[in-house]
Design a protein around this ligand. Structure first.
Ligand code: HEM
Length: 422
């Protein structure tokens, strides 16, 4: 890497790096790589994936994500020559509605979706989520062994997302399986594309449900979307499907990743595990700190719409820009002792849900689901031990930094007799 010291005006040679967020090297060393980039080249140009700027420091990530006029989320699916290729590098083969829209159209969609994701809506779902957690833990508690990902972290958020979408609960696995494949493999690779294809087919099945929902009264987001209007027009079947698939992609795997990383960390920090067991009031701040130190969605992209100087580097209109939330969350300018997890850290302005207008709409659900799942484990299997040699990280963490599976053992206990919610 070479750094030109005369870059204040963006006139110098930009620092250039070979950064690939899908490699095993990044998966295994993302903290060290983020820290090096932060200290040596907070805004650097990478030649991978056709070239993009990697933005690591908090101030620059914050600037990019809040200035949606200069850094667009738009994805022009019709024209692959158009540099505006959305929020994933390399581009996602499916449009993410409305995540890959800009204002003013974006605002209309977000206003329409907001009521389904409010704090009140998240609270209303909590009894369902508690019952699901109890029922899934009932299935394994007497055996003294479980898999934190396969038996809890995957099914609970998937079931809760089906519930909020208003889809048949029995189908949760059909939807969740391709999502897991998409987030745990390198974007654009064969497994990722196979799962994308499966998801598109599921989209076809969802689309077939929409005409009936247009007139019928039913609970859930899908039914609401079938009756909603945008600028006086009803949403098309295709748009409804794309919104539903985005919500499911957001709902599945993200909270799972937060839970699995947290359980892994608590194994190394038994005194912190005991603190959380003894003092439930710690949970709120601890959740934010786990979000910060694990950053389940490590990075997302934008495209520059005009020439702009950022962090001393001159970007050109059409340049792709990858915001490293993982690095920004470790910026010592904002966080004291950023490498250390302090469960009572406050304030904690982490970037894990984004910061600008697209800030995670599911954050109320995410916090609630995570806390109910973690509380369930700490109550019912407080002495758990993860079998680290058998646990497997995602092959790639470019999209989600999580685990594929995580077997554990614990002192067996009696089931509570709770059935899965219907
Ligand atoms: C720990 C869990 C989660 C994390 C870390 C997370 C992270 C994020 C991030 C970083 C963004 C993009 C922000 C941006 O581009 O500015 C986002 C957007 C989004 N998330 Fe989440 N998310 C989580 C949970 C959820 C859940 C549970 C749902 C749904 C139930 C969800 C649905 C969405 C949707 C629909 C968007 C697009 C919002 C928009 O463009 O308006 N997310 N999330």
């Amino acid at each position: 890497m070479s750094v030109d010291p005369s870059v204040e005006t963006g006139a110098g040679t930009p620092p250039s790096i070979e950064f690939d967020h899908y490699t095993p090297e990044y998966r295994d060393n993302w903290r060290e790589i983020s820290d090096t980039n932060l200290s040596k080249c907070p805004v650097a140009h990478s030649s991978t994936y056709g070239g993009f700027w990697l933005v690591s420091d908090y101030a620059s990530v914050s600037r990019v994500i809040r200035d949606d006029a200069t850094f667009t989320s738009t994805h022009n699916m019709e024209d692959p020559e158009d540099p505006r290729q959305g929020i994933v590098i390399p581009p996602n083969p499916m449009l993410q509605v409305p995540m890959e829209f800009d204002p003013p159209l974006y605002n209309v969609y977000r206003r329409m979706l907001n009521p389904y994701f409010s704090p009140t809506a998240a609270r209303a779902l909590e009894p369902f989520v508690r019952q699901a957690v109890d029922a899934f833990l009932d299935k394994v508690c007497a055996t003294g062994r479980m898999d934190f990902v396969l038996d809890l972290g995957n099914p609970v958020p998937a079931l809760a997302t089906m519930k909020l979408a208003g889809l048949p609960l029995d189908d949760w696995q059909t939807f969740a399986e391709p999502m897991h494949g998409i987030v745990s493999n390198p974007a654009g690779g064969p497994e990722y594309l196979r799962c994308m294809n499966a998801l598109q087919q599921l989209g076809g099945a969802l689309g077939a449900l929409v005409p009936r929902l247009r007139d019928e009264e039913a609970d859930g987001l899908l039914s609401g979307l079938a009756k909603a209007t945008v600028n006086g027009e009803r949403l098309s079947d295709g748009e409804i499907v794309l919104i539903a698939l985005l919500v499911m992609q957001g709902g599945v795997d993200t909270t799972t990743a937060l839970l699995s990383n947290t359980l892994w960390w608590l194994q190394d920090h038994p005194e912190q595990r005991q603190r959380l067991i003894d003092d439930p009031s710690l949970m709120e701040h601890a959740t934010e700190e786990f979000l910060r130190i694990f950053t389940p969605v490590p990075a997302l992209a934008r495209t520059a719409t005009e020439d702009v100087v950022l962090g001393g580097q001159r970007m050109r209109a059409g340049d792709r820009v990858l915001m490293s939330f993982a690095a920004a969350n470790r910026d010592p300018e904002v966080f004291d002792d950023p490498a250390e997890a302090k469960l009572d850290r406050f304030p904690n302005p982490h970037t894990s849900f984004g910061l600008g207008i697209h800030r995670c709409i599911g954050s109320n659900y995410a916090r609630s689901w995570f806390q109910i799942m973690l509380r369930g484990v700490l109550d019912r299997m407080p002495d758990y031990t993860i079998d680290r040699s058998a646990a497997r990280r995602n092959d790639s963490i470019g999209i989600i930094n999580g685990f594929v599976n995580m077997p554990a053992t614990f002192t067996p206990s009696e089931p509570r007799g709770v059935e899965l919610p219907a």
